[in-house]
Write a protein that binds this ligand. Structure first.
Ligand code: KG4
Ligand code: ZN
Length: 338
């Protein structure tokens, strides 16, 4: 069975194609992504209208490139992200998927973007055991419990305000590091001392929700620190701010993720989303998983960011699990929960 996955929930137009094998593995046949990230840079964040327009221009050429890469005329099934994500952006991918499913006469599956971030790891590391997944990107921060990729996923917690990647981007902007700021902030942090400034760890108090996150207080603390330095006419210690901020984010994310895996009783923690490229989130996750006796699975960066392969991989698992196809009338849902 060959499945095409279409992803357009944010600023990447992704089309991936995988072949499902009966042993529960997926083989990558095509991975095409057209990103509009450069068009958003001057606004300091993703502009939904610009993203929708870019998807519209990119979707058909990206599908054609993926088919050519896989060397097929059409897949056996089509899967698409219907949420969560940007309303207009989601509509473009869903409309294309529905139109092609009808024209090709192949079954159509409407999927949740978040499950895709977990399923994509099977391409690199094989069948997925029951796990907890920590998803961190510019758009989401979620702790999920995944028993079986073919079955509904349970959300353990999420952010109550900013996404982790969004916090990286906002702090990078405060420090004048550009957009998307995560990679630049990570680079600046390499030269800094993570213990230089004691930034707050949001939602880690005894009364706070165990599996939820908050990053807006941390972002404000960085802004206050920057203001105080500017008022005093002192130079900004950018590497120390970056390292201390990054440490605060990585500390909370990995502490809560490892604790959730232990609470739920699984042996595996999976990371996904673009912000898992962060060097400190990775190293601290490795350290803490080793200490807790957990297996850590992190897909390579190319598969961590949004792409179509993740939706194709989730589609393959869902189809193999016996799911009925979705009706072509299914609506996109920007606020879709897991
Ligand atoms: O998954 P992704 O490509 O797109 C979505 O947001 O859905 O993730 C991009 C996010 C951005 O916020 C970016 O700043 C962040 O991931 N990011 C990083 C790093 N690389 C990417 N954040 C921190 N450190 C990094 N090395
Ligand atoms: Zn994503």
């Amino acid at each position: 069975m060959i499945v095409m996955g279409i992803e357009s929930s944010c600023d990447e137009t992704g089309v991936g194609i995988v072949r499902w094998h009966e042993d529960g593995t997926c083989e990558l046949l095509a991975d095409e992504v057209a990103s509009s990230v450069d068009q958003h840079a001057r606004y300091g964040g993703v502009v939904p209208e610009v993203a929708s327009r870019a998807h519209l221009e990119a979707i058909v050429p990206t599908m054609r490139r993926a088919l050519a890469q896989a060397g097929i005329a059409k897949p056996d099934a089509l899967a698409v992200t219907i949420g969560p994500g940007l309303a207009g952006a989601l509509l473009v991918g869903a409309a294309a998927a529905k139109a092609y499913a009808a024209a090709w006469d192949v079954p159509f599956y409407a999927l949740n973007h978040l499950g895709g971030h977990v399923a994509v790891d099977t391409l690199e590391h094989g069948p997925m055991p029951p796990c907890v997944a920590l998803l961190v990107s510019g758009g989401h921060t979620h702790l999920l419990h995944v028993e079986d990729l073919a079955r509904p996923i349970v959300e353990l917690g999420t952010t109550v305000d900013d996404a982790a990647g969004e916090a990286f981007d906002k702090v990078a902007r405060l420090l004048g590091l550009g957009f998307p700021g995560g990679p630049a902030l990570d680079a600046a942090a390499q030269e800094g001392d993570p213990r230089a400034i004691a930034f707050p760890r949001g939602m880690t108090g005894p009364r706070d929700a165990r599996n939820d996150f908050s990053f807006s207080g941390l972002k404000t603390a960085v802004a206050r620190f920057v203001e105080s330095k500017e008022r005093a006419g002192e130079p900004l210690p950018i590497p120390d701010i970056a390292a201390s901020f990054q440490e605060a984010v990585a500390d909370v994310l990995t502490m809560k993720a490892v604790r959730a895996a232990t609470d739920v009783g699984v042996d595996t923690l999976v990371l996904g989303g673009g912000a898992t490229a962060n060097s400190r989130i990775r190293s601290l996750a490795e350290e803490r998983c080793a200490a807790a006796g957990l297996t850590l699975r992190i897909p390579k960066p190319r598969l961590c960011t949004d792409n179509g392969v993740m939706i194709a991989a989730l589609g393959a698992h869902v189809i193999a699990g016996g799911a009925t196809p979705s009706p072509l009338t299914v609506a996109t849902d920007p606020g879709l929960s897991v």
